[in-house]
Structure formats: C-alpha cells, structure tokens
Design a protein around this ligand. Structure first.
Ligand SMILES: *[C@@H]1O[C@H](CO)[C@@H](O)[C@H](O)[C@H]1NC(C)=O
Ligand SMILES: *[C@@H]1O[C@H](CO)[C@@H](O)[C@H](O)[C@H]1NC(C)=O
Ligand SMILES: *[C@@H]1O[C@H](CO)[C@@H](O)[C@H](O)[C@H]1NC(C)=O
Ligand SMILES: *[C@@H]1O[C@H](CO)[C@@H](O)[C@H](O)[C@H]1NC(C)=O
Ligand SMILES: *[C@@H]1O[C@H](CO)[C@@H](O)[C@H](O)[C@H]1NC(C)=O
Ligand SMILES: *[C@@H]1O[C@H](CO)[C@@H](O)[C@H](O)[C@H]1NC(C)=O
Ligand SMILES: *[C@@H]1O[C@H](CO)[C@@H](O)[C@H](O)[C@H]1NC(C)=O
Length: 400
C-alpha cells in the first residue's frame, strides 16, 4: 500500500488527454497498469474488447476501476472482471475516430486517476480517390487536386501520393510538392514537358489497406489557366443612366507567353446574389454594360481564359474572378431636369422607357455584347432623344 500511494501520487490527474497518450510516462513506473491491445487500428463498425491489467502490488481490485472513451465514462454494463487484476470493456460497432491522432480509451482508479491509456484508430481502408483534376498556371507548373473516395478513410492517418509518367517513354514519378493551403493537392514544378501527354493518378494507403485511382491523361497546354485580370475599373458612361463601362488589364503572363485571351464579365445588383454573365467579350480589354437599372449599385468581376497557347486549338481553364469592383449608375431624374410640368415629364419618362426598350430589343437581336459599333449608334440615338425631349419640355412649359 505504501508503494501504491507512491505510484499513484506521482501520476498526474489528467482528465482530457490528446492521443498519442503520454500518460504512462507521466507516472514514475510504466508497469503500474497496462491496456491491451495498445493503440489498435480497427475498421469502423467492428467490436473491440480491451483489458486493463493492474499491478498486484497496487492492492487495487479490478472491480473498482472504470473506463472512459474521449473523456466520457463508459457504463458498467460493458465491463467484465476477468481476474482480481484484470478488467475488460467491450465496445460494439466502433465509430470512426474523431481525430486522426486517435480516440482516448483510458483506465482509471476509483478516484479518477489515470492508470493507463490506449489510442483507438478507427477508420476504413481507402477507396479509389475521385475527381482528380489538374491545371497549369501560365505553363509554369502542373497542379492536381482530388477527393478521398471513401467515408472513414480520412478518420485515420492516410497517405495520398500523386504519381505521374510521361506517356510513351516515361518513368513513373512521384509529385513532391504537397505544401499547399489546399488539402489533397500537389504541384509538379520541375521538368515539365509541354508537348507530351501526362498520365496521372493517386495512390492512397493506410494501415487498413490501399487503393489506386483511375488514371487521367492530359496535355499541359490544354489545362492552362492564368491570373485574373488586374486593374479592373468600372465607370459611368456620361449621364447614361443604364450603362457602365468596364476596363481591365490583361494578366502580364499573357504577354510573356504570347497567349491570347478571351474574357468574361459578370455583374450583379448590390443586394442580389444572381450574377449575369457576359461571355462574348472576346479578347478586348474594355466593355460596356447596358440595360442596367438607373441609380443602382452594381458589382462587376472579370476573368480570363488563355487560348491558342503555342497554337493549341483548345480553350484553357478560366482564371479566378477578379475582386469585385462596384459602381453605380446615374439617377434617372437627372435626365428629366429642366422640366417643370410633372404631368408631361411623367409622360415623356414612360415614352422614353418604351423607346429605350425597343432600342435594346434591336441591339440585343443584332449585336448583343460589346459590339462598339452598335454602342456608338446607341449613344448618338440617346443624344438625339434627350435633345428632342428638352425641346418638347421647353415647348410644353409655358402651357404648364
Ligand atoms: C459485434 O458484436 C455484436 C454483438 O454485440 C455482433 O452481433 C456482431 O456480429 C459483432 N460484429 C462483428 C463485426 O464482429
Ligand atoms: C487480461 O485479460 C485479457 C483477456 O482475457 C488477456 O488477453 C490479457 O492477457 C490479460 N492481461 C494480463 C496481463 O494477464
Ligand atoms: C457511436 O456514436 C453513437 C452516436 O454518437 C453513440 O450512440 C454510440 O455509443 C457510439 N458507439 C461507440 C462504440 O462509441
Ligand atoms: C470522421 O472524420 C471527419 C473529418 O475527417 C469528421 O467530420 C467526422 O466526425 C469523423 N467521424 C466520426 C464518426 O467521428
Ligand atoms: C466529385 O465531383 C462531383 C461533380 O462535380 C461532385 O458531385 C462530387 O460531390 C465530388 N465528389 C467528392 C467526393 O468531392
Ligand atoms: C483579338 O483577336 C483578333 C483576331 O481574333 C486579333 O486580330 C486581335 O489582334 C486581337 N486583339 C488583341 C488585343 O489581342
Ligand atoms: C419614370 O418611370 C419610372 C417607371 O417606369 C418611375 O418609377 C419613375 O418614378 C418615373 N419618373 C418620373 C420623374 O416620373
């Protein structure tokens, strides 16, 4: 009993422990108590019977012990006293580990002191990884990402290796640069071959098994992406209440590598989540948005797709969208300033709107998008319209 109190007083009273357990080293002697099996790796849904054996010199009876799993006391009904110094617990239908460092199965004396612990690693053998996709930023790397194929394989430590070889004469190689903010991705940055197809796949393995994904084949030149356009500015088009002009700069890499580009613009109302996309912008670096609501804030983004890289016929991969840029259209009231007859101004407002609608119908039908030709015509048309309204209002005001 002297030994017992000596041993136990040197054990720290830790109720929450993170695996891997260092409990035993916290005690002066490592053979005070032992849990069997130590740190097992098990399949989800399997059953486990673990035992806690205590040194007879401690003078403790096994029936006075209790078990915890992740700090929660397990009910007595799961225990069996195998001998005066050996207590077992049976867990049926094990859940996946909460963390890859394992779940804490701990044996305590009646005061709650920790006598011994074991880490349970519960998961599944890996399934084939899925959704393997790759892209190349400015042809300077080849980055691939994938998703684990099965539930439960990520609950225990699982190694994923991206492997690749050049078709025809390649030797199998492993991607090494996993240092990404994104999990399940890897970048190949050296010895890139721009004109030879790559075969790429993922191998997953853990202590319960291993799996190899389907192989994808690709040419780097077909999966090129670039940075989003920079210097995006959005401004008013004079007093035109339903238009905004968007300007941007081509990503520098486009010049360095003689890519061409096509662009897309998307815009939305300040308080809406619905984006409208203009995808026929072509390779210009400015564009006019038309048919907008007067006096309204719009958010605008632009993205870029490098095309025709080294003569490749395939489109590349769209860049990220640029950071949103906001601008507001002018208020429609300004158009009507100079009018003092509310009735006639209301009439002219609705007349103008009807005509506008007709004009836009015509524009969309004949030259939707960024055709500068139709925009020029439209501007001229608008100026004419505004002049005629002013004239009408001036004629009308003496009457009002
Ligand atoms: C686990 O134990 C239950 C009884 O508690 C039994 O029905 C089941 O078959 C066992 N499962 C395995 C995988 O052994
Ligand atoms: C405790 O009991 C279990 C189950 O019978 C057994 O496997 C284990 O060896 C025992 N431990 C000791 C130290 O006797
Ligand atoms: C598994 O999780 C369920 C729900 O959280 C729980 O009721 C059950 O006791 C757990 N099983 C084990 C063996 O821990
Ligand atoms: C398995 O791991 C995932 C995250 O990796 C976690 O969200 C989930 O809760 C774990 N499953 C169980 C049963 O703890
Ligand atoms: C794989 O991609 C498909 C389609 O994009 C998606 O529905 C699915 O959720 C993805 N699977 C995983 C495991 O991410
Ligand atoms: C846009 O593409 C046309 C041919 O489609 C080309 O003539 C023109 O130079 C390109 N403009 C820019 C800015 O790349
Ligand atoms: C112009 O018409 C719009 C709707 O068509 C209306 O909301 C607005 O109040 C009108 N403006 C004037 C000055 O009448």
């Amino acid at each position: 009993n002297e030994l017992s109190s000596l041993l136990l007083s040197s054990c720290e009273d830790i109720h929450v422990t993170i695996c891997p357990l260092l409990i035993v080293s916290l005690c002066l002697f490592s053979d005070v108590a032992v849990i069997y099996p130590q740190d097992p790796v098990l399949r989800m849904g399997s059953n486990l019977t673990a035992s806690c054996w205590i040194h007879p010199d401690l003078g403790i009876h096994a029936s006075s012990l209790f078990w915890t799993l992740n700090g929660q006391q397990l009910p007595n009904s799961l225990y069996r006293v195998l001998s005066p110094t050996n207590l077992s617990v049976t867990l049926a239908g094990l859940n996946a580990s909460r963390q890859t460092s394992g779940d804490n199965l701990v044996c305590h004396n009646h005061k709650g002191h920790i006598l011994a612990g074991s880490c349970l690693y519960v998961g599944m053998p890996p399934a084939k990884s899925v959704n393997l996709t790759c892209w190349s930023r400015n042809t300077k790397d080849l980055t691939c990402s994938w998703a684990p194929g099965g539930k439960g394989e990520t609950n225990i430590s699982t190694q994923y290796t991206l492997k690749y070889k050049l078709r025809w004469y390649g030797k199998e190689k492993e991607c090494e640069d996993y240092t990404h903010t994104q999990p399940y991705s890897c970048s190949i940055t050296r010895d890139l071959h721009l004109f030879t197809p790559y075969e790429i796949w993922v191998e997953a393995s853990n202590q319960l098994g291993q799996a190899t994904s389907d192989v994808i084949t690709l040419d780097i030149l077909d999966v090129v992406t670039t940075d989003p356009p920079s210097g995006v500015t959005v401004g008013r088009v004079g007093q035109l209440e339903d238009q905004l002009s968007v300007r941007w700069e081509a990503p520098p890499a486009l010049k360095d590598f003689l890519f061409q580009a096509k662009y897309q613009i998307r815009y939305r109302l300040e308080d809406s989540q619905d984006w409208k996309v203009m995808d026929d912008v072509g390779n210009q670096t400015s564009c006019r948005l038309a048919g907008l609501r007067p006096g309204t804030v719009y958010f605008v983004q632009v993205r870029c797709n490098p095309v025709g890289i080294y003569g490749s016929r395939k489109a590349g991969i769209w860049s990220e969208w640029s950071h949103p840029t906001a601008a507001s259209t002018p208020h429609s009231e300004r158009l009507m300033s100079g009018s003092c007859d509310s009735k006639s101004s209301g009439d002219s407002n609705s007349t103008l709107r009807r005509e506008l609608k007709q004009f836009f119908g015509w524009v969309r039908k004949h030259a939707y998008g960024c055709s500068s030709m139709s925009m020029k015509m439209y501007d001229q048309w608008r100026v004419l319209m505004q002049k005629s309204h002013k004239a009408r209002n001036q004629v009308g005001s003496p009457r009002g």
